[in-house]
Design a protein around this ligand. Structure first.
Ligand code: NAD
Ligand code: ZN
Length: 261
């Protein structure tokens, strides 16, 4: 007999109540109810260009104006979106529990939800594991720069450039592109957080992208539990190690976290 959502919620709440540390991993599904499309939900192609042409160093070097116009459109779309009930419930939870968010999303909505609570604490900021639409760095010297308010991608001359006088390289989105590795510091931090966590709460991700896909098993390898929130669950396991909460993040996450210390 399959477990009902209420039974799975009870089990997950019990684990979270008993947990010392919690790692929360999120993916595109947590932002779906904010109106931002998921990857596999369509929208991977833009004006006939493939993700590889839009999100790779090779694509950027070949046509930085094209890449920046795509990113500028995404930036505008996300700016006009709002964090949803799941982002808000998670932001509140991480201020009262020993819980850290690691997101694959580049939309900055977890950070905006945290700032919205008026309790900015950089030490507990969500880890933007794949970078952010609102951060830029130099293609040539790799140093970060200030985030431009708007980006005029009509020609190479109007694109943002590095402010260091001897560099003046083109700025690129500070996002982990195809073929690029996660910065080592963050990769090591993610493994440490997953192994130290008593519960790994996985929300709205297909777990198809590595190294994130391995993290829930790191928690289980060290005797932790995995709680998943997804409309189409992907985490497997017995009722001793996993709880699948089937539903929308905006409904299930606030319900799960309500009343938890
Ligand atoms: P994905 O598109 O592969 O998977 C999304 C998952 O969310 C699916 O398992 C789906 O069943 C689930 N889902 C959809 N709507 C949901 C809802 N309302 N509530 C709960 N679950 C829901 O996304 P991914 O696993 O994050 O991997 C895609 C990659 O694309 C990531 O690397 C990410 O950086 C990038 N991406 C980011 C954004 C963003 O920043 N918002 C959007 C699209 C893609
Ligand atoms: Zn530079």
């Amino acid at each position: 007999m399959t477990e009902t959502l209420i039974e799975a919620l009870e089990r997950a709440r019990g684990w979270l109540k008993a947990a010392g540390r919690v790692l929360v991993i999120t993916g595109a599904g947590v932002s779906a109810e904010s109106g931002i499309p998921t990857f596999r939900g369509g929208g991977a192609y833009w004006s006939g260009f493939s993700p590889n042409e839009l999100s790779s160093v090779r694509g950027f070097d070949a046509n930085p104006c094209l890449v920046w116009s795509w990113y500028e459109e995404r930036r505008a779309r996300v700016r006009s979106a709002e964090p949803n009930a799941a982002h808000r419930a998670l932001a509140a939870y991480t201020t009262r529990a020993d819980a850290r968010i690691l997101t694959q999303n580049v939309d900055g909505l977890h950070l905006r939800a945290a700032r919205g609570l008026g309790t900015p604490s950089a030490a507990n900021d969500p880890i933007e594991f794949h970078g952010s639409l609102f951060k830029v760095r130099c293609r040539r010297c790799h140093r970060p720069g200030p985030n431009p308010e708007t980006i005029d991608a009509s020609s190479r001359d109007t694109l943002p450039r590095c402010l260091r006088p001897h560099c003046r390289g083109l700025m690129r989105p500070d996002i982990v592109w195809f073929g690029e590795a996660i910065p080592e510091e963050n990769r090591l931090l993610s493994i440490k957080l997953a192994r130290e966590a008593d519960v790994c709460l996985v929300i709205g991700t297909s777990l198809e992208v590595y190294p994130v896909a391995d993290l829930p098993d790191q928690t289980r390898d060290t005797d932790g539990k995995v709680v998943e929130v997804n409309v189409f669950p992907v985490v497997r396991g017995t009722t001793n190690t996993a709880a699948n909460l089937v539903g929308k993040a905006g409904d299930v996450v606030p319900e799960l976290l309500a009343g938890l210390p």
